[in-house]
Design a binder for this molecule. Structure first.
Ligand SMILES: [Zn+2]
Length: 451
């Protein structure tokens, strides 16, 4: 719903063609995996801190400087471009995402959020808009965790959630020439270890807004254009071990078995039923059985279990119900196998800031109202993110929220990942409107009185 009693900020939109052409210009660095004839029919392989990442960083800084921004680099190689507002001493509102990709990634995941930020600054510049506070763009290093195996590690360092030494010492997953290089070595090699501390205390933000492709099918399936993201769902990862007894497949009758694979299979089915009952998710992606021969039942089976829900409390209930169900199945079938649980990852639900969410929602309402079809259908919807993002870490230290755009067939982390130029521009216009609304909200509540 649009906010009542509040004058609308000037209606500005981004330039769709310009956004598309600069997005694809930036993708010349690291383009790979051609799948079609058009120039943009390629995916990306721009791994964090490799030569193509260095090249796109150089490009980003040139572009930001051409927009009269002040640029800086911190110790994690995070890049900041700030456009001065009337109160330059107050912390800026930042628009952030990442320019690194998966090894078989696409042209939109992360990249859209950074390029849309630059486009927003360009619209402000050409319309000579003087914002109350400063507005900037941040490119977070190694969000994907594809080369250095920790997701969103550099926003995590900025937020004080990950010690910088741990981040610097991360070794690349796939060494190219002999010994694996560390993040610190690669930051130094490409010349992007900056001097300023990677920290929210010395480099605070007023807010963080992230535009990102949905990476799932919901917006497209429902014929909607914008997701107003409320938060990120909670998840827990477990390693489950089932212990039975190995014995001969031909001489052990069914009634006398302790078949760990059969029990594990029943547990996976049970976890799926629990997830269905609670409208959550349960996934097993890894499964191993030992000793692993055709004519012996396995004495030990291990599998991964990823359980997710938007509510921490409901996730807790799902875990408990799975534990009870697993216990019952293991005891009652197969002469009593044993089940062990080991917690690997515990990631609570992220709830974004209400002021940022309402700035995005009002902006989405205004932008979508101009579209054909807006009178018969609401073209935006509140959503929960299924994946983690840099915004999960910024949310620890400043008001944060996200905006989603449709993703063709929900496909992401794949070279054919696609969001149309029109949908990218709609998302960027929502980002622009959200930032301007939040800027005005700061002035109205007196953020700049002592700045
Ligand atoms: Zn991303």
């Amino acid at each position: 719903m649009p906010a009542v009693n509040e004058p609308e900020p000037p209606t500005l939109s981004v330039n769709s063609d310009r956004l598309a052409s600069s997005l694809h210009e930036s993708c010349q660095y690291g383009a790979d995996h051609r799948y079609g004839k058009q120039s943009i029919d390629t995916g990306m392989a721009r791994l964090s801190l490799d030569d193509s990442d260095r090249a796109v960083r150089d490009w980003f800084l040139r572009k930001a400087q051409s927009l009269a921004c002040t640029t800086s680099i911190d110790e994690m190689g995070n890049l900041f471009a700030i456009r001065r507002g009337k109160n330059p001493d107050a912390p800026p509102i930042m628009m952030g995402s990442h320019l690194d990709t998966q090894p078989t990634g696409g042209r939109y995941d992360g990249i859209l959020g950074v390029l849309a930020g630059l486009e927003v600054l360009q619209v402000l510049e050409e319309n000579k808009i003087e914002t109350e506070g400063s507005i900037g763009v941040v490119n977070w290093t190694n969000e994907e965790g594809a080369r250095f195996p920790k997701m969103a590690v550099s926003s995590g360092v900025w937020a004080g959630a990950i010690p910088i030494e741990d981040a610097w010492n991360l070794e690349e997953v796939t060494p190219h020439e002999g010994k694996a290089k560390t993040m610190l070595q690669e930051l130094d090699r490409i010349g992007y270890r900056g001097k300023s501390p990677a920290s929210y205390t010395s480099n605070p933000f007023a807010a963080h807004f992230e535009l990102h492709i949905e990476q799932g099918p919901i917006l497209e399936d429902e014929g909607r254009k914008i997701g107003v993201v409320q938060g990120v769902q909670a998840f827990k990862w477990f390693n489950i071990t089932v212990r039975g007894r190995d014995s001969h497949a031909g001489t052990t009758p069914l009634y006398a078995r302790k078949d760990s694979v059969l029990v594990a299979a029943k547990l996976i089915v049970a976890a799926n039923s629990v997830a269905k009952a609670y409208d959550g998710l349960a996934t097993t992606g890894i499964f191993n059985a030992e000793p692993g021969t055709v004519n012996t039942m396995a004495h030990t089976s291990t599998f991964s279990l990823d359980l997710r829900h938007t509510s921490n409390d409901v996730l807790e209930k799902m875990v408990k119900e799975c534990r009870d169900a697993f216990q019952a199945i293991a005891r009652e079938t197969e002469k009593g196998c044993e089940v062990d649980w080991k917690l690997l990852v515990d990631s609570p639900a992220v709830v974004f800031h209400k002021d940022c969410i309402s700035a995005v929602q009002d902006s989405a309402e205004a932008v979508c109202a101009q579209l054909p079809g807006a009178s018969s259908k609401q073209l935006w919807k509140p959503m929960i993110s299924g994946a983690g993002h840099d915004s999960c870490y910024t949310n620890l230290r400043c008001p944060t929220s996200m905006i989603f755009t449709p993703t063709r067939e929900g496909i992401s982390h794949n070279p054919t990942e696609y969001c149309s130029a029109e949908d990218c521009a709609l998302g960027a216009s929502v980002l622009l409107g959200a930032v301007l609304r939040y800027d005005r909200m700061r002035a109205d509540r007196g953020d700049f009185k002592h700045a």
